[in-house]
Write a protein that binds this ligand. Structure first.
Ligand SMILES: [Zn+2]
Ligand SMILES: [Zn+2]
Length: 160
């Protein structure tokens, strides 16, 4: 009889430990679902709902949550937005030709497509300058407001 009681005692202890572990697992799953939802949504209602679903339906609730949760975390979407913005900025900053609107290189003197003048060259240090600059910012040499004609422009004038 004494042996049977000992067995019952052991069983009780085992069941208690297992129950405690299951409760701990259940609680940590609830906390995990709440935190996971918080990293995906700023909506407090959605965060609480995720925790409640996992709390009410311990295993199935978790599966349902994993299926329905937003695919992107807030950090992911933030990063993606930054990337898109950087890409847009790069496109906007790419200079275009005032004559034909095609993309030109910032070091070009004339547009390769329509031959519109894009820059003039400093007569002193040979750096490329904006057409409207009247002084070279690199060597301080004063510049003519109208840049000298390029060889092909002179040829055009002569032909007319
Ligand atoms: Zn052009
Ligand atoms: Zn210069």
């Amino acid at each position: 009889m004494l042996e049977f009681e000992t067995l019952i005692n052991y069983l009780t202890i085992a069941v208690t430990i297992i129950s405690a572990l299951l409760v701990a697992l259940w609680l940590s799953l609830i906390v995990w679902a709440f935190r996971d939802m918080r990293s995906r949504s700023r909506d407090p209602f959605a965060q609480i709902l995720a925790a409640v679903v996992v709390a009410i339906l311990p295993i199935f609730g978790l599966v349902i949550y994993l299926i329905l949760r937003p695919p992107q975390t807030l950090a992911d979407s933030y990063e993606r937005a930054l990337e898109e913005e950087a890409l847009l900025q790069e496109i906007e900053e790419r200079p275009t030709c005032p004559g034909c609107s095609r993309i030109v290189h910032k070091d070009w003197m004339v547009c390769a497509h329509c031959h519109t003048r894009l820059h003039k060259q400093c007569h002193h240090c040979d750096k490329l300058l904006a057409l409207q600059w009247e002084i070279c910012p690199y060597c301080a040499a004063p510049q003519a407001a109208e840049p000298p004609l390029l060889p092909w422009e002179q040829a055009n004038l002569g032909a007319e």
